[in-house]
Design a protein around this ligand. Structure first.
Ligand code: GLC
Length: 528
């Protein structure tokens, strides 16, 4: 028996308000059993690395039984562990070890859809139209004289129509891949099952959830046609005409989710809410709904003063009327990594270091995607290596998200760089990554990993980070600077040239300050 995980970490109602979370894309973090795919044993073996790095909590992406049509976001059984990733005993051991190290554990909850392999969907396929089995999903008759047209014009986020026809002629809705049928949240049985899944994991001691497609779930009455739109923006916010997302009924579900969390003091949920309208986003953050919602504005901002400044200002404005703090993200498993977005190579890494100081100086919670701390870039993969369903669904016009999901390098000089005991990994790792590994970076005080470690130590210990909010302060052209109430000043130089350092005691810099100047594409923290 493992010790009760609740007894290890103190219950603190709002530990998440300024926490630094570390996103583990389970397939790509660490492989413990040598099959080339990351797993729970691999995560467990790297927990001390994460504790040393200084993160407060983990978000582990789905590790539930799944046929992997969308790499685990197609869940066949939300209350078990996929054998490729381990088993429940291994999960419990991971949770206990993490808590012992002072690291909290949050996991993905995927309510909007199940896998087509879920027993409910299998039962729905063999049941008759109009049956209770079909009422857990969104089955409809087609349009046109013989019903051979989809019930409405909704596109799938992954390309093609959002409907697939079954042999008896009915169609079912899938906002994502056909292997991910949407559940019917107007059916109380569906909501009850979600609550059961939450309790299953909360009883084991998890500290919270990341809620997948948290702006999905509710569908409009009658499933009317939506404003036709090009559906190229993967997981983008398509705005108010997009009837697939952000329907008012979704808040009923969030209140149910929150009510369950409230039975487990100290637990929380963060939502993946792709809603750019500030007032609508804030609705998800009401007192009885989500504690956090990702601010995707930094994730989509270019490396320009105006983009970064707007991203910060708008994100703070979005949460200003709600009880929630902001929640900052530079990269995740769905978008190009920021080293690459910022130009790649040395320049991309240099900017990524500066961005780390920007992100970690902001008030609120922050999410680090595994490999951010190593400066991992995207990798261009050959066609035959691509695995994301988007590649097939788009008729090979969109390459999908594999480039940002390459396994993490840990040590050594050749693939798989200590990720696995074998060289072959589920997505191939490139040559030339020896310098990216923690083994190589740990000893170098100028590495991006050392910067992250110092930044997280300071953030956790320095009174300069106290207080909510920030004030923009004057900065040279092409730079941005803000001050936190505790006295922290963060200055980012995007001017293309070195600038004089302002007054104040330097706490940390993303580049060598040498002659008392802040070089281009770098950032500094000062106590002023
Ligand atoms: C979320 C996940 C993404 C997944 C999709 C469907 O956006 O982040 O990876 O493909 O939901 O579950």
């Amino acid at each position: 028996m493992h010790p009760d995980p609740h007894t290890v970490l103190p219950v603190s109602a709002d530990w998440w308000r300024s926490a630094v979370f570390y996103q583990i894309y389970v397939r790509s973090f660490a492989d413990g059993n040598g099959d080339g795919v990351g797993d729970l044993t691999g995560i467990r073996s790297r927990l001390s690395y994460l504790a040393d790095l200084g993160v407060d909590a983990l978000w582990i992406t789905p590790f539930y039984p799944s046929p992997m049509a969308d790499h685990g976001y197609d869940v066949a059984d939300p209350r078990d562990v996929e054998p490729v990733f381990g088993d429940l005993a291994e999960f419990d051991a991971l949770l206990t070890d993490a808590h012992r190290l002072g690291v909290r554990v949050t996991i993905d909850l995927v309510p909007n859809h199940s896998s087509h392999d879920h027993e409910w969907f299998q039962a729905a396929l063999t049941a008759a139209p109009g049956s209770p089995e079909r009422a857990r999903y969104l089955f409809r008759e087609g349009r046109g004289p013989d019903g051979s047209e989809p019930p409405n014009n909704w596109p799938s986020v992954f390309g093609g129509p959002a409907w697939t026809r079954v042999p008896d002629g009915q169609w079912y809705l899938h906002i994502f891949a056909p292997e991910q049928p949407d559940l019917n949240f107007a059916n109380p049985e569906v909501v009850a099952d979600l609550e059961e899944t939450m309790r299953f994991w909360l009883d084991r001691g998890v500290d919270g959830f990341r809620i997948d497609v948290a702006h999905g779930m509710a569908k409009p009455e009658g499933l009317p046609d939506m404003v036709p739109m090009e559906d190229t923006g993967l997981l983008a916010d398509h705005g108010p005409g997009d009837l697939r997302f952000d329907q008012d009924g979704v808040h009923v579900v969030h209140r149910r989710i929150r009510a369950v969390l409230d039975e487990y003091p100290g637990t929380m949920a963060v939502g993946e809410v792709w809603v750019s309208d500030d007032a609508r986003l804030a609705q998800y953050l009401r007192e009885d709904e989500l504690q956090l919602a990702f601010n995707f504005k930094l994730l989509t901002a270019d490396w320009t003063v105006s983009d970064l400044r707007d991203a910060v200002t708008d994100s703070l404005a979005a949460v200003s009327g709600s009880p929630a703090p902001a929640c900052w993200v530079l990269s995740n498993h769905d978008r190009p990594r920021h080293v690459t977005r910022y130009g790649g190579g040395e320049l991309g890494t240099r900017r990524a270091k500066a961005a780390a100081l920007l992100q970690l100086a902001l008030p609120g919670a922050a999410y680090i995607y595994n490999g951010d701390e190593l400066g991992m870039p995207d990798v261009d993969l050959p066609d035959e290596a691509l695995q994301d369903p988007i590649w097939e669904r788009s008729g090979h016009t969109e390459r999908g998200r594999d480039a940002c999901r390459i396994p993490m390098p840990w040590s050594g000089s050749e693939p798989s760089y200590g990720f696995s005991s074998q060289a072959d990994t589920w997505l191939p790792m490139p040559a030339g990554w020896a310098a990216l590994t923690p083994e190589a970076q740990a000893a170098d005080p100028a590495s991006i990993q050392s910067l992250y470690r110092s930044a997280l130590t300071l953030r956790a210990s320095s009174p300069a980070f106290a207080g909510d909010g920030l004030d923009w302060v004057p900065a040279p052209d092409g730079c941005l600077a803000f001050r936190r109430p505790g006295g922290l000043v963060c200055l980012v130089n995007l001017s293309g040239a070195a600038i004089p350092l302002p007054e104040g005691q330097v706490l940390l810099a993303s580049a060598d300050l040498g002659d008392g100047t802040l070089p281009h594409d770098s950032a500094v923290w000062l106590q002023a």
